[in-house]
Design a protein around this ligand. Structure first.
Ligand code: NQM
Length: 368
């Protein structure tokens, strides 16, 4: 913790922690240096619940925005190994439950990690642009982020647009080299779970691909309409529990992975239309690694997505349509019997919203 505020708060006996709030892609989260948080994961998570204001559907007493997409945390530190510059641990803070999980990654908050590392002095910026190699601690996989740093300073304003975010901002190009895990975690291109054909795929995010039509929805409904359909929620839960076991994830009742993507034919010239459950709420757009996993699934011969998608005849870019527009995923995949992803890339934007000191909700409400 730094600054007069933090010093003043320490004197008053309050906890005070250095924190930056950033929009990363279509999500928003609190970014911390690992050294500013407790080392013990239990103590860290207990603190983060109080920082974000969970559990509470409104997160009224914390930084969280009352939705999983705005209740996220990035923990950043220098990387000990030679293959990366910095380490990034993503933590999903539940809104209505006292739970913090590191079981999933987040490609949206990832967009802010490079700029944050420069702002905190972990990475020396280039004179025009900066490339940061990031080890994503949730999966052990790498990502490489490139963004503009004219005169050695991060700029956030620019002309890049991403669907589901108003206005424009500076682009952050993110590339993913091949990951460690299998692309098809069940070992098969298709499985039948709860009587529904699915493709289980993991190109950075464990995702179950399902034809919307096989659940008697169109796949063009609004996220709110889908969330308000209790019969659909029951079917999705049943599919997810069974698919999770088949994917080697164990009992996924209380985890945020796998995600479920309902697929329908594209409407606006893209490859496919999606509605993605993360897993209870329906995403207002789609996650980065979620879209990367959908794209890999579409490019896999015999997958559930193959018949639905309209794949471009040339080029590596797949436009994944979603409720708010689209996300373009560049994917280079070797479509052998066992498909291998060689490279995935997306353009995102990120923006620093505030930099300062957060005062977590106290553990015990002081008596008057
Ligand atoms: O898939 C939401 C998001 C995400 C994850 C979720 C993400 C990704 O949009 O890479 O970014 O799937 O829980 O932030």
């Amino acid at each position: 913790m730094n600054g007069d505020d933090a010093a003043g708060a320490a004197e008053a006996g309050a906890e005070a922690i250095r924190c930056m709030l950033m929009r990363g892609g279509t999500s928003k989260g609190a970014y911390f240096l690992a050294e500013d948080l407790p080392v013990d994961p239990g103590a860290r998570d207990e603190l983060l619940l109080r920082v974000m204001g969970s559990p509470d559907p409104r997160q009224i007493d914390g930084l969280g925005g009352a939705h999983p997409l705005t209740s996220k945390v990035a923990v950043v530190s220098a990387s000990p190994g030679p293959e990366a510059d910095i380490d990034y641990l993503f933590l999903q803070v539940a809104v209505t439950r006292a739970e913090v999980t590191d079981r999933q990654n987040c490609g949206n908050l990832l967009a802010g990690v490079g700029p944050f590392a420069v702002e905190r002095g972990l990475v020396h910026p280039g004179e025009a642009e900066t490339t940061v190699r990031i080890r994503m601690r949730n999966t052990g996989d790498l990502a490489v982020a490139n963004f503009r740093t004219p005169g050695g300073r991060v700029v956030y304003s620019g002309s890049a647009e991403i669907s589901d975010v108003p206005g424009t901002a500076a682009p952050v190009l993110i590339e993913f080299p091949p990951g460690h895990g299998p692309l098809l975690p069940t070992g098969r291109v298709r499985d039948t779970v709860a009587d529904v054909p699915v493709t289980c795929v993991d190109n950075g995010m464990p995702t179950v691909l399902i034809a919307a039509s096989s659940l008697e929805v169109t796949g063009y409904e609004t996220p709110r309409d889908l969330e308000e359909d209790p019969a659909l929620a029951d079917r999705l839960r049943e599919i997810r529990l069974e698919a999770g076991r088949l994917m080697g994830l164990g009992d996924v009742e209380h985890t945020t992975v796998p995600k479920l993507s309902l697929l329908a034919p594209p409407r606006d010239g893209g490859a496919v239309m999606t509605r993605t459950f993360i897993p209870a709420r329906c995403h207002t757009s789609i996650g980065v690694l979620g879209a990367a996993s959908v794209a890999a699934g579409l490019r896999t011969k015999g997958s559930v997505g193959e018949d639905i998608a309209q794949l471009p005849t040339a080029g590596n870019t797949l436009r994944i349509e979603h409720p708010a527009g689209f996300l373009d995923v560049e994917i280079d995949i070797e479509t052998a019997a066992v498909p291998v992803v060689r490279r995935t890339a997306v353009v995102r934007t990120a923006r620093k919203i505030f930099d300062g000191t957060v005062f977590p909700r106290p553990v015990h409400t002081p008596s008057a």
